[in-house]
Write a protein that binds this ligand. Sequence first.
Ligand code: UDX
Length: 443
Amino acid sequence: MKITVIGAGYVGLVTAACFAELGNQVLCVKKTEKNLEDLRKGISPIYEPGLNEILQNNLKKDRIKFTTEIGKAVNFSQVIFVCVGTPQNDDGEADLSQIEEVAREIARNIEGYKLIIEKSTVPVHTHQWIKKTIKRYSPDEVDFEVASNPEFLREGSAVEDFMNPDRIVVGVKSDHARSTFKKLYSPLTDKGHELIMVSPASAELIKHASNSFLAMKISYINMIAELCEKVGVDIKSVAEGIGSDKRIGKKFLEAGIGYGGSCFPKDLKAFIKIAEDSGVDFKLLRDTDEINSNTRIKFLEKIDDILWINKDKKIAVWGLAFKPNTDDTRDAPSLEIVDRLHQKGAQLNLFDPKAMGNFKLSFPEDDLIHYHDNKYDALEDSDALIILTEWEEFIDADLSRMKNLMKLPIIIDGRNIYEPRNMRGFEYYGIGRNNSDVSEILK
Ligand code: UDX
């Protein structure tokens, strides 16, 4: 099938490449010429495991092309995925100006029937606004339908999540659109992946409800971790114990410095705003958001309690990305934590396997901030190590080499990547960890 994808960011690029990989003919539209030549060579501007390979594979097979001409793209196919950004406004509302701009462009260029599919995360009933906009701005009577097909891709595993989805959610009205989606996703449903067909409004709401539930689960375990610290219980034992209940599930019960990224923080606030505008009080989600903000503040207080004065202390920071396997630092806890330590005059030696380029945009090198090209150099002669992202290479690091490199063997672990019982010789601090209660779950 021929497919148009409008937007070449984290969602658009993965969607375009993966649909091409599934055997479709894809034309992906970018707003600007930036990175266009790289994309045409199969070089992705974002780090996403496996993305470059499938880009190159499908460029070779001539199954994916890139353009900045939206008019050509609108009429390249009957199926148009809208994958543009919906960033957050100051009041927490989703900024839908890019969505509206695309709807106007489609209206100006549309020829013949189109199935317009919102994949961007949007407030419920946005599909009606897209429909109204296209009717208003198209010169003649046009035949089209607006559907919703929210993505559930996690950064760092987006290609994997697209090819092996827990479920595919589609919000459609007509039988024609239903059959188009069934054909589009048949390579995945044939492998047993579930295709859930609902109304467009339900599909829009499922996305926000899903993300905010996951965020709530994280704030829940971080709230419990705070109690664990006070009463001398190990949060990992508690997480194992509750997560073994299939109704709760073991995932998203990792206590730490909380969630960041371009989705949870923004989607939660947008969902709260939608509810308030509809006269419903989402206090539970406001508390979720507040607990997450406080988790970072409490981590900074922990650093003060452990190090006393930060000024002139040589502090190594491992991990800047909001999570491992991505270069993305949007709303990463590291931004707030590094900012506060920087303001207090600490000597900061930073390392992240992928995210230093993006992080430097917020925190360029200066007399207090230094970047290193490997984790051990960053650790040299440090008064303490602070861990903010659970990259595999930190988990596998050589503890004795670390101890020899550090001036003081103090580790403040914001992602609980180490086991207290293995940290002999270190002054090791996790979150909600407790040496005495690090019980083994009998296998
Ligand atoms: C999320 C949703 O998972 C995905 O379905 C949606 O499409 C986009 O938003 P993403 O933000 O890329 O994906 O990453 P995710 O793996 O969900 O982690 C989000 C944040 O939660 C990260 O900062 C991560 O460090 C944090 N997290 C995750 C925890 O603190 N504890 C956990 O147990 C899991």
